[in-house]
Design a protein around this ligand. Structure first.
Ligand code: SF4
Length: 323
């Protein structure tokens, strides 16, 4: 039975962003069109349920292209790849479909442009994240990754008069700006990106959590541990005043002791999380008296990305052949 003192604040927007949706649909359509197996380099998006579901339909996930038999179809993940990966795919006669999120591609384009203009680039992001590896691969000689304010305080540059910072798309806005502030104080001529690199979906999910965190005894973030934007949502919730915050892959990881002296529970999910996993968390909480759900909506999202052009072309050809 519902307990009138117990309620849920449900963040909106949450879950799938346009880039994740496009990447998942890309693999689904590729399986439909070419038939299994379709190889996928790296996790298509950072969520283990999405990966397991696609594996069940015939996708094979690999770390590197040398695991893909010559002539096969391979999809590149939403996080993007370095140019060397495209070269390797061509050398191995692979049919490559690039599901890199267009917002990541935009950062790659900025890297190419500023590297060509002779800039040194400080890339604010996490060294081991696939997106950063791919972005840095566009111009490895002129990019230095700066992970946090501490690294910003010590990073060395060759020529501070031609210097720009760019960033990973899924950082916490506040943390990124703290790092950039240190860089700016050390390098007054440091240029900022021509447009914001931290993507709309990351920002929207963080803003929704900020709007409700102060009212929450605990904020539950649904998302996998390797999902950068999910991990950031826990940090944002705590910084914005939530008493506690935990990340879970799914409802089975929720622990009774987190809710012993709790009346208001916030719930949100990272950009790679299917809504079904959130619904299961809500059902788990409802069974413990948290039946009242209030949506905290801070933005409307309508962005949709079209499928990769190479896939659209093949879908069209298949439709024409059938007609
Ligand atoms: Fe693209 Fe942003 Fe989604 Fe990453 S989080 S896939 S950058 S829309």
């Amino acid at each position: 039975m519902d307990n009138p003192t117990k309620k849920i604040l449900l963040a909106s927007p949450r879950g799938y962003c346009a880039g994740v949706d496009r990447a998942v649909v890309t693999v689904e359509k590729a399986l439909e069109l070419y038939g299994p197996p379709v190889y996928v380099r790296k996790e298509i998006v950072h969520n283990k349920y999405v990966v397991q579901d696609l594996q069940g339909r015939g996708a094979i996930f690999v770390d590197e292209l040398d695991e893909v038999p010559e002539g096969s179809t391979v999809v590149f993940s939403a996080h993007g790849v370095a140019p060397s990966v495209h070269v390797e795919a061509a050398e191995r006669y692979l049919k490559a479909i690039d599901a890199t999120c267009p917002l990541v591609t935009k950062v790659h384009a900025e890297v190419k442009r500023f590297a060509n203009e002779g800039f040194q680039i400080l890339l604010v992001g996490h060294n081991d994240h696939e997106e950063v590896v791919g972005t840095a691969g566009e111009a490895p000689d002129v990019i230095t990754v700066v992970q946090d304010a501490n690294e910003a305080a010590t990073v060395e540059v060759a020529d501070s008069s031609k210097l720009i910072w760019l960033s990973q798309t899924t950082l916490s806005v506040d943390e990124a700006m703290a790092t950039v502030d240190v860089l700016k104080s050390r390098f007054p001529n440091l240029l900022s990106p021509p447009s914001d690199d931290i993507c709309y979906a990351t920002q929207n999910r963080q803003l929704a959590v900020k709007a409700m965190a102060e009212q929450c005894d605990v904020v539950i973030v649904v998302g996998s541990v390797n999902s950068s934007n999910s991990v950031r949502l826990v940090e944002v919730a705590l910084d914005a005043g939530a008493k506690n915050s935990y990340r879970v892959d799914d409802a089975s990881e929720l622990q009774e002791e987190w809710f012993t002296a709790t009346s208001t529970v916030g719930v949100t999910s990272g950009a790679s999380v299917p809504e079904q996993l959130v619904e299961e968390v809500l059902a788990w909480l409802a069974a413990r008296g948290y039946g009242s759900v209030e949506v905290v909506k801070t933005a409307e999202e309508t962005l949709i990305f079209s499928l990769p052009p190479e896939l659209r072309r093949d879908i069209k050809a298949a439709q024409q052949a059938k007609a």
